[in-house]
Design a protein around this ligand. Structure first.
Ligand code: SF4
Length: 219
């Protein structure tokens, strides 16, 4: 089975524009990793983009990991950021499925990283840079904090490229010496379950990805 391990622009461009979404079953990879624990719980730092996406991921992971949620999203402007963060904290308080780690919020880092890519279509090169920015901080924090694994809720979205996200995660795992938990949380009805849990907990569901460019798409 082929798993993309290296992240570089030269390698991600074919992934972005000619990707075979079925090349690897990342959900099966995650199940294999979890099975190898033989019932022992591991420490996971889970990058989270919002409460609705986190809901089904946390429900799935909570029995196998001590999860700490990492809401690191410099791509989101302040008002929306704090709204999403408050909803995530509320979900965690209501369910007890995880703890939450505090982190900085500096949108300047995002604008600097995507400079020149502002007009890219959603799903294009700007998003690859955005994924890497957020996952790199997660990997660094996981390594510094002695976590066994890091992962992201981003793969629950049917609009996001799970192969690309997993390739970036695997590259960062090599760079920082902390294991990447492969995932494709939309599988096994994960996305549907996030809709159900959002309804059950009356979660705010945003209607755009996160950055200002996704709020006002060019096409
Ligand atoms: S559309 Fe979403 S993933 Fe892409 S750059 Fe904006 S916030 Fe990041």
């Amino acid at each position: 089975m082929k798993i993309y391990k290296k992240f570089s622009l030269a390698k991600i461009l074919p992934l972005l524009y000619n990707v075979d979404m079925n090349a690897v079953n990342y959900n099966a990879e995650m199940n294999k990793i979890i099975k190898s624990f033989n019932g022992e719980k591991k420490k996971l730092l889970l990058h989270a983009c919002c409460a609705p996406c986190s809901s089904a991921c946390l429900e799935r992971l909570k029995d196998f990991f001590d999860v700490t949620v990492f809401f690191y999203n410099p791509n989101i402007e302040d008002e929306e950021y704090f709204k999403r963060k408050a909803e995530l904290i509320r979900l965690i308080n209501e369910t007890g499925w995880a703890e939450i780690a505090d982190c900085d919020h500096d949108t300047a880092l995002f604008y600097s990283a995507v400079s020149g890519l502002e007009n890219c279509k959603e799903g294009g090169e700007r998003c690859a840079v955005c994924f890497k920015l957020r996952l790199e901080e997660t990997a660094k924090t996981a390594a510094a904090g002695g976590y066994d694994f890091f992962a992201t809720t981003l793969t629950i979205s049917p609009l996001k490229n799970a192969e690309l996200i997993n390739s970036i995660g695997a590259e960062l795992a090599d760079k920082y010496g902390v294991k990447w938990l492969y995932s494709d949380f939309k599988k096994e009805n994960g996305y549907l379950r996030s809709l159900q849990l959002s309804k059950e907990h009356s979660l705010y569901r945003q209607n755009y990805c996160g950055c200002v460019f996704s709020q006002n798409p060019l096409d």
